[in-house]
Design a protein around this ligand. Structure first.
Ligand SMILES: NC(=O)C1=CN([C@@H]2O[C@H](COP(=O)(O)OP(=O)(O)OC[C@H]3O[C@@H](n4cnc5c(N)ncnc54)[C@H](O)[C@@H]3O)[C@@H](O)[C@H]2O)C=CC1
Ligand SMILES: O=C(O)C(=O)CO
Length: 386
């Protein structure tokens, strides 16, 4: 028998029981649920990653919906328990939902929500930060200063890479990949090469227009290219940033063979999901190519790193913080709560998951809709006409 899990309860007499497996930033999400007659139970257990058994306990005998985290394994056992407790909705507090078996959720009639859009710029900014930190060797230089090793300016001290005029490669030019590409093109006048299964017309138009602007001002225009294969990006780009979803097609997308195709002094950034890179192969590559650098926000076996990675001077590692700005995290909590609430109340699905701003305006009530339900079509849920 698993140990009881500690919880905090809001609005104990609410009609609908909604469980959040973690305390989440801000209070708007709690207030929105309470205003619509929900009893909100927040797990306060001091344990970073809850087990399936812990969550089954939290679900209990009656539960209308759950807000969960990307660290949790939402598969057969949890959706069965949720459905048995009368649950209709689950939402990840994340845009990525590779921790959720959506087919199983659909089988049990449970809607699966995610939180797109609100984290796009914040995540792209972290990818840009890692790019700059890797290009200019900021972490190494900081460690050097703190160790008291600086004894005067030297022509060769921490020489890194100039971004201006170089080529930035983006794999997965969706919301975040496109936002990152724009930052690097506009901010550092880099040329763009991207690979995605779909054409990103908006991104291409942006780079074209910015190139024309530069030309009109007597500067060298930036350019863009849609690559016909991922390898083309790896061979041509000086900086490569990974932004695809994690699924069967993107598991170990960057492996030993592909690493060997990249330039010896290239910089690789990953703010998508750890398993997109074969991390053991990456450690070998970093060891054999000291001028090759990486900036990683995500890891193959989080929270662990593959042996050897933490010793590599040419790697910058941060603990999955790409969406960690206050506004974004509060917004993610709000979208996740509204996904669950909307399904419980029988609201339709918002017409465009890429345009969720109306749900984030704190001065107006949110639309009566679920912001983003990934299995809406499979469940035959109606779409909002708003
Ligand atoms: N590190 C972090 O904290 C965060 C990580 N993420 C990750 O970033 C991912 C992307 O998020 P969004 O940009 O909002 O999603 P999105 O759906 O807008 O973009 C993903 C893009 O990947 C492309 N893609 C899919 N398979 C591909 C393949 N085999 N090769 C090339 N491209 C492929 C899709 O066509 C799409 O354009 C999320 O699924 C999540 O895993 C998102 C937010 C924060
Ligand atoms: O949203 C996601 O997918 C994350 O990884 C955390 O923001």
């Amino acid at each position: 028998m698993a140990k009881p899990v500690s919880i905090e309860v809001w609005n104990p007499n609410g009609k609908y029981r909604v469980v959040s497996t973690k305390p989440m930033p801000g209070t708007r999400w709690i207030n929105l649920l309470i205003q619509q007659d929900c009893r909100v139970e927040i797990c306060t257990q001091k344990k970073t990653i809850l087990s399936v058994e812990d969550i089954i306990q939290l679900i209990g005998d009656k539960c209308d919906g759950v807000i969960g985290q990307l660290t949790e394994d939402w598969g057969e056992e949890l959706f069965k328990a949720l459905s048995r407790a009368g649950g209709k909705a689950f939402s990840n507090m994340a845009v990525g939902y590779n921790n959720v078996d959506v087919n199983v959720a659909t089988k049990y009639g449970v809607a699966v929500g995610n939180t797109p859009g609100v984290l796009t710029e914040t995540t792209a900014e972290l990818a840009a930060s890692l790019t700059l930190a890797a290009a200019r060797r900021i972490v190494e230089a900081d460690e050097f200063m703190r160790a008291g090793l600086y004894d005067g300016w030297l022509p060769h001290l921490f020489v890194g890479n100039l971004l201006k005029g170089q080529t930035v490669g983006v794999i997965g030019a969706g919301r975040i990949g496109s936002a990152y590409a724009r930052m690097m093109v506009e901010g550092f006048k880099m040329n763009l090469i991207y690979f995605d299964l779909y054409q990103s017309t908006r991104l291409e138009k942006f780079v074209t227009a910015y190139g024309e602007f530069l030309k009109a001002n007597g500067e060298k225009p930036v350019t863009w290219k849609r690559a016909s294969s991922m390898d083309e990006v790896l061979q041509q780009a000086d900086i490569i940033s990974l932004h695809p979803v994690l699924d069967k097609t993107t598991y170990h997308l960057v492996n030993k063979e592909r690493l060997s195709k990249m330039k010896k002094e290239a910089i690789l950034i990953n703010c998508s999901r750890g398993p997109v890179i074969d991390e053991a192969a990456l450690v070998d590559h970093l060891r054999e190519n000291p001028m090759f650098r990486v900036g990683l926000d995500v890891f193959e076996d989080e929270p662990y790193m593959k042996p050897g990675l933490s010793e590599m001077k040419n790697a910058i590692v941060v603990p999955h913080i790409a969406s960690a700005s206050k506004w974004t995290r509060e917004g993610m909590a709000t979208l996740a709560a509204l996904n669950v609430l909307g399904k419980i109340k029988g609201y339709p699905i918002w017409f465009d998951a890429n345009r969720v701003e109306p749900f984030l305006n704190e001065n107006t009530p949110p639309p009566a809709a679920c912001p983003s339900i990934v299995n809406a079509k499979a469940l035959g849920l109606p779409v909002s006409k708003l």
